[in-house]
Design a binder for this molecule. Structure first.
Ligand code: GLC
Length: 545
């Protein structure tokens, strides 16, 4: 049965939407394709690669920020929510990209960064101009305590205090990230309306939805109470490292759900759009972002696979905890890598990268692929004097720069791997002449061939894209589960270890089927029955009969 057929069919009276059965692909625009030779990727570059994305089979592109920005945090510090940064091109370039994306039957999502603006945004320039400026309350200003003491102990995610003293107006303002990224005061209804207007502007243009940056940060404790030290902290208070405290008062406040709901209500005024939230929280808290009656985010990003140790027992437990915690009608989703974290192939190693892909694309829920993961790109070693990420620069002793996972897409064996005619803003790895789209396209054993096949199988099978999930069993090496819809059923077995193992059904269960995809291409087409042997790092997708 194909997705096309099931689109109009119902399972438990639910109609499945594009963002439920489709695959999302994240593009970090600075690093995808440079079209004008300045070493930085741009919108025309993305447009020129749409045919590749269509060939790969993804359904939706999410672009990290492309708006005007002083680039203190590479675009996550926005100075105009309705424009395009000249580095990336013009509004015409954007319109063309949107048009061409839609022409190919794909969707386009933008990043919305509502928690903070750039300190150069006109709103902040006004707000900081005087204490009685009408926009003063659009940001979070506070008097100092005795002898200029800070309002509380909150720290910036990027290290140091989260309060910045403003000499001119003699108050502090709050910034969860850089001091160049002051936090908006979302308790102010004017801020709410202004940001909803921004959303309307882009939705009216026809974009298909938003990925909302740091959704769980948007509202802070009204009393600004001190955060308690985290019991697991390996730091001292004086280190001023964010993880020293448990951010119970600066993030994930109950009122944030009212804001998310407002955003959702607006999104729902348009047909078929999606609202995704970036949220790093434990599962039980994460699922609250689906909102009451499922009127919160459509997809609160689920980062379990990106944060948990790569251990079969831990991962299996997390999958089931997540499945068990989802609200009725809450749709799951999975992410392996993004622009803030190490790439999957660096975190778990090359040998497990295909297992991870198989997991991402066969678990129940919407998968998000990070550009380059489909060719097994790894984090690139960036010499310390070439680091540009503020997180890395602010905490040089912790080796937390995000540059390594943001390097240019490796397209070909040409100069700069086909990314740019000139020196790219971040360096390429030494092996980019070998590890790239061009070489992998013609190699049936490549990571790219594997991803493409997997995406295609997922697309044509309702069992894989919307079917029910049931765990079979897991042990210290493997994870196994089934996906099922109508009379179609798959068994997925993943060996998360480097040693061989076997799958041995329990409770007299019996499984017979054909391998339709595996990490070892040679095994495809083979029949298997009951006790199934796996090599180290092997994963199998088996059609049962
Ligand atoms: C989000 C973004 C990250 C950015 C931060 C501040 O976590 O993904 O890249 O630095 O928000 O905007």
């Amino acid at each position: 049965m194909t997705t096309e057929q099931t689109r109009t069919e119902t399972l438990n009276q639910t109609k499945y939407l594009w963002w439920q059965h489709g695959v999302i692909y994240q593009i970090y625009p600075r690093s995808f394709q440079d079209s004008n030779g300045d070493g930085v990727g741009d919108l025309k570059g993305v447009t020129s690669r749409l045919d590749y994305l269509q060939w790969l089979g993804v359904d939706c592109i999410w672009l990290s920020p492309i708006y005007p920005s002083p680039m203190a945090d590479f675009g996550y510090d926005i100075s105009d929510y309705r424009g395009i940064h000249p580095l990336f091109g013009t509004m015409e370039d954007f319109d063309e990209l949107l048009h061409e994306t839609h022409n190919r039957g794909m969707k386009l999502l933008l990043d919305l960064v509502p928690n903070h603006t750039s300190d150069q945004h006109p709103w902040f320039l006004e707000s900081r101009s005087s204490k009685d400026n009408p926009k003063r309350d659009w940001y979070i200003w506070h008097d100092g305590g005795e002898n200029g003491a800070l309002p509380n102990n909150w720290l910036s995610v990027f290290g140091g205090h989260a309060w910045e003293w403003d000499e001119q107006t003699q108050q502090y303002y709050y910034h969860a990230f850089l001091k160049e990224q002051p936090d908006l005061n979302w308790r102010n209804p004017e801020v709410q309306q202004a940001m909803l207007d921004v959303m309307r502007f882009w939705l009216d243009k026809g974009i298909d939805g938003f990925r909302v940056d740091v959704m769980w940060h948007m509202i802070k404790d009204e009393q600004l109470r001190d955060n308690p030290p985290s019991p697991d902290s390996i730091y001292n208070a004086d280190d001023l490292i964010y993880d020293h405290y448990n951010p119970v008062y600066s993030t994930d406040q109950p009122e944030v759900h009212d804001i998310v709901r407002m955003m959702r209500d607006l999104t729902d005024q348009y047909d078929d759009r999606v609202l995704i939230g970036e949220i790093y929280l434990p599962i039980q808290k994460l699922v609250t972002y689906y909102g009451l009656d499922n009127k919160g985010a459509h997809l609160p990003f689920n980062f379990q696979l990106l944060t948990l140790p790569w251990d079969s027992a831990r991962i299996a437990a997390a999958i089931d905890e997540y499945e068990g915690a989802l609200p009725v009608q809450g749709w799951p989703n999975w992410v392996l890598s993004n622009h803030d974290k190490p790439r999957i192939s660096s975190r778990i190693g090359r040998s497990q990268a295909k297992i991870a892909a198989l997991m991402l694309l066969t678990l129940r829920g919407t998968p998000t692929i990070y550009y380059g993961d489909e060719i097994g790109m790894r984090d690139v070693a960036i010499p310390i004097n070439e680091i540009v990420d503020p997180q890395g620069l602010n905490m040089p002793d912790l080796n937390v720069s995000r540059d390594p996972s943001r390097t240019p897409m490796q397209w070909s064996s040409e100069i700069n791997s086909g990314f740019s005619q000139n020196k790219p803003w971040l360096r390429l790895p030494y092996n980019s002449g070998r590890v790239n789209v061009e070489t992998q396209k013609s190699n049936p054993y490549s990571m790219l061939a594997f991803y493409r096949k997997l995406i295609a199988l997922r697309k044509e099978s309702a069992a894989l894209n919307i079917g029910a999930y049931s765990p079979v069993y897991s042990d210290q090496q493997l994870i196994s589960y089934t996906r099922e819809f109508g009379d179609e059923k798959f068994l997925i077995i993943l060996n998360l270890s480097h040693r061989p193992c076997y799958f041995k059904p329990r409770n007299n269960a019996s499984y017979k089927g054909t391998i339709v995809l595996g990490t070892e291409t040679e095994r495809v087409g083979m029949q298997v029955e009951d006790i199934i042997t796996l090599a180290g790092d092997e994963g199998l997708l088996i059609r049962l009969y």
